[in-house]
Design a protein around this ligand. Structure first.
Ligand SMILES: [Zn+2]
Length: 270
């Protein structure tokens, strides 16, 4: 599933091909995505892209008036076609620029989204309740400490809650908690401010490393036959149940927490 680093890499990959380009046509072949694709997406036609942004896992393609919102869902991918050829199965929509370049969306499972936003984007119902971006200055130990007081919820579920902070998926949560030495089931309200300092640093570090690795796949956005591959991670604990901890040699444990597979070192993480 595309996570924040893949979405950020997608943004950086498509941005140079869209920015300041004028839309010629929006072609929707299948409206049955996560929500029906509204007819309003054609309001992009004749307009220029003025900025591209990411908010959580949403891509916001701002036009002179209004914006297109794209979510990759479970299996979606975008690619740039300088000379669009015939479409394949699951190529659900195209955005064709006046210079002939085409942005094409493919999504076998159709959990992705393609919507039209009017007016103030941040007040849209999908965006207004999102927590801060993990790589922004708003995401601090003090913020997590304040939000977590008196909360009994397991820290892993707490940092995966998009109202608290966006974009910390299951793999990144497991890895960051290991790096910070925090047991994934510890109550969020019983973690000190100092340990939240370590956790914020670890979340930033794990996401930034994944984005850096994604940078090497950028050319896959042009002319690629398939979806850009999701990043091979050098994982410390995730999916390593039964293996030795790289730090202390103890056996990595696996437990389902909040219905998600969780991996941790029972010695290093308290
Ligand atoms: Zn260990």
């Amino acid at each position: 599933m595309p996570e924040l680093p893949e979405v950020e890499t997608t943004l950086r990959g498509i941005e140079p091909h869209l920015l300041n380009q004028r839309v010629a046509r929006v072609i929707v072949r299948d409206r049955r995505l996560r929500w029906p694709v509204p007819a309003e997406v054609s309001r992009a036609e004749g307009q220029k892209f003025v900025s591209l942004q990411r908010r959580g896992k949403y891509l916001l393609l701002k036009l002179q008036q209004g914006a297109l919102l794209i979510h990759l869902g479970m299996s979606g991918s975008l690619r740039i076609l300088p000379h669009p050829d015939s479409h394949q199965k699951h190529d659900h929509f195209d955005i064709e620029m006046q210079n002939g370049v085409c942005l094409r969306f493919n999504d076998p499972r159709r959990f992705g989204a393609f919507l039209w936003l009017d007016g103030e984007m941040q007040s849209h119902e999908l965006l207004r309740e999102l927590g801060p971006e993990p790589l922004s200055a708003d995401f601090t130990a003090g913020y997590l400490y304040r939000c977590s007081r008196a909360r009994q919820v397991a820290i892993k579920n707490f940092i995966m809650n998009g109202h608290i902070v966006v974009g910390v998926g299951n793999i990144y949560a497991s890895e960051a908690l290991f790096m910070a030495g925090i047991h994934p089931q510890r109550a969020a309200g019983r973690i000190s401010r100092q340990r939240y300092e370590s956790l914020v640093g670890a979340i930033r570090d794990v996401l930034e490393r994944a984005i850096r690795r994604g940078g090497t796949t950028l050319r896959d956005f042009v002319n690629s036959d398939g979806a850009p591959g999701y990043f091979a991670q050098e994982l410390l604990v995730y999916d390593r149940a039964g293996s030795d901890c790289f730090q202390c040699g103890a056996t990595i444990a696996h437990k389902v927490i909040g219905q998600r597979s969780s991996y941790y070192c029972p010695v290093c993480q308290r």
